[in-house]
Design a protein around this ligand. Structure first.
Ligand code: COA
Length: 258
């Protein structure tokens, strides 16, 4: 079904593995086509409660957009490429189901941008992050200039962007770019453990949290108003009835996602 991506569904956790290890999983046109199809699956398959994105092999998460596809592009073609990449990554960011990046090596350029579009990031201790586009006479085009500022602040973001330097996993943790760092062999098991816990929570409430948090970074929307609406919406859900009832009955809630 996919040519550049491997998928697997276990315990309602969907694993998306970018699978071009000989090219360090660089994002070419085919990967973007597959990513969009895979996101259709995440959005529509009710058996999927959450997803993890990772890279094939031990060396790279994703080492960037595929540089070989840049040669000879016009200004308009460059803008269209950036717009298409941004649109795909907005679909990740706005997905009501949690999508976590498990960064298992180089996350450079478009790879760092892909990881930043996920709801949060965990990394192996050999992970490396960077936006090296200035080495190519370019800048990030898939949201990197915006999300890097949101995640690590303006000064650190500008330094990374204009130096092209890479940071290691420990620095990424200190910057708040990743939430946790694990031994490489433990990265996926620990990510699954995190998601197994999240999967026991109310799915509609999870989606509402994601939407309200995203509204904080959208100047067109009043995040506080979005929160009020989302809070009110929860009262109409079966899961809110179940969650409060279970609390009073001193038992664990069993959420239906309705
Ligand atoms: N686009 C296309 N191909 C890429 C790539 C990218 N972003 N990143 C790596 N590759 C390819 C290499 O060309 C090489 O292919 P080849 O074996 O056919 O020559 C293969 O992946 C392995 O990479 P290599 O450079 O040999 O590995 P390395 O360990 O020496 O270096 C990196 C690893 C990540 C430092 C280096 O590959 C690199 O700098 N990549 C580009 C990073 C970048 O600028 N990303 C932003 C793009 S906008």
């Amino acid at each position: 079904m996919y040519t550049t991506i491997l998928t697997g569904l276990n315990n309602n956790i969907f694993t998306i593995t970018i699978n071009r290890p000989d090219k360090l999983n660089a994002l070419n046109k085919a990967v973007f086509e597959d990513l969009n199809k895979v996101l259709d699956e995440v959005y529509t398959n009710d058996d999927i409660l959450s997803a993890v994105i990772t890279g094939a092999g031990t060396k790279a998460f994703v080492a960037g957009a595929d540089i070989t596809e840049f040669k000879g592009l016009t200004v308009e073609e460059g803008k269209a490429l950036a717009k298409a990449g941004q649109d795909t990554f907005f679909r990740i960011e706005n997905c009501p189901k949690p999508i976590i990046a498990a960064v298992n090596g180089f996350a450079l350029g478009g790879g760092c941008e892909l990881a930043m579009s996920c709801h949060f990031r965990v990394a192996s201790n050999n992970a490396k992050f960077g936006q090296p586009e200035v080495n190519l006479g370019l800048i990030p085009g898939y949201g990197g200039t915006q999300r890097l500022v949101q995640l690590i602040g303006k000064g650190r973001a500008i330094e990374l962007l204009i130096s092209g330097n890479m940071i290691d996993a420990a620095t990424a943790l200190q910057y708040g770019l990743v939430n946790q760092v694990f031994e490489a062999a433990q990265l996926l098991p620990e990510t699954y453990r995190l998601l197994a816990n999240i999967n026991t929570k109310a799915p509609l409430a999870i989606g509402a949290c994601i939407s309200a948090v995203n509204a904080a970074f959208d100047e067109a929307r009043d995040g506080y108003a979005v929160e009020i609406d989302a809070f009110g919406f929860c009262f109409a859900t079966d899961d809110m009835q179940e969650g409060t009832q279970a609390f009073m009955e001193k038992r664990k809630p069993l959420f239906s996602g309705k």
